[in-house]
Design a protein around this ligand. Sequence first.
Ligand SMILES: *Cc1c(COP(=O)(O)O)cnc(C)c1O
Length: 402
Amino acid sequence: MQKRASEEMLAIDGGKPVRQTLLPYGHQSIDEEDIQAVVEVLKSDWITTGPKVAEFEDALADVVEAKYAVSFSSGTAALHGAAFAAGLAPGDEAITTPMTFCATANCILYQGARPVFADVSSDTLNIDPEKISERITKRTKAIIPVDYAGHPADLDPIIEMSREKNLTIIEDACHALGARYRGKPVGGICEMTVFSFHPVKHITTGEGGMVTTDDASLAKRLRRFRSHGIEGDARTRQAKGQWYYEMVDLGYNYRLTDIGSALGLSQLKRLGQNIARRREIASRYFDAFHNIPGITLPVERKDISSAWHLYPIRFDRAMFRAGRAEIFAAMRAENLGVNVHYIPVHTHPYYRSLFGYEGDEYPIAEKAYETLISLPMYSGMNDEDIDDVIQIVKKVFGCYAI
Ligand SMILES: *Cc1c(COP(=O)(O)O)cnc(C)c1O
């Protein structure tokens, strides 16, 4: 009896934590083959932009069924490149979601354009097409939907709207490599799709990103932008014995390395496995949690296959004695590495001071934020890790239930 009572007592109140070590919310998975692939590049002639970059780009374009893929030094740099290629400039507006990492909106500011937010749908927390249509003005040039948590945004109505109004769609699919929308892989659906290879994402290059597109002229602009706005690349010039080049745009050094590309190529081979494992984890969470009163689980709409980058749950504040801060701290004390995705972008001090947002403009995103908790979700989790997550979630919500 005594033992049982102490096991049930929350770690934050002095009980025994369910886990002895912290389980992170996301983590890279690196195997021996990945390491060998990187070592080979280190021993080769090209460690910056060499043959592996193009190989990785071609392989990723194949996987997402796009004609072109242009790599970047990060997902953020890739977003910047896409905003540039879309022609965003001062005086323009681009519409995006507040429920995202700030980099999605920042790329609009990098181009001197104005980010305009549209609220999300309450089931997927993806940008709501109807809210987008209310925000379109004569200045709108682009729409940047995000595939939140790996669930593709409601793309068809957004595409229809963009055709009518002649807008460019930049899909921020940093969460959604491997996702499918109405039978099609994410990456070949919108004018441009952006991926990130940060270690918490599906595949990693350390830091890295990619833009995929079917449009040759966009691909060309993207390639120039990532390398100072210069036509062609140094390796080709060296091979041809040429020294002359022309800078035609103001670009940056946003290049991905051969070291990172070799890692990405090797990781990409396991993408299918990685997604399958994430789907398994999502289904175990669903089975364990869907009957707990007051908990809202992430959904998968009809004809969608989510890439399950995150597993964000919400709870009904009226059914528990504690708010997110206490529940979050209690889970951390049990060694569950929960996180919050996301602080709505417009509520960050920078956006508040630039645009005078009060933080009550996008009620669905703002209300969701108050109780959002991301549970661990990554392919390297073993079955005991999943059991621990389930035990901790049940223990903590059980203790705080009214
Ligand atoms: C990770 C992420 C980014 C930025 O990618 P980096 O590679 O970290 O620069 C942008 N948007 C979203 C939605 C992301 O999750």
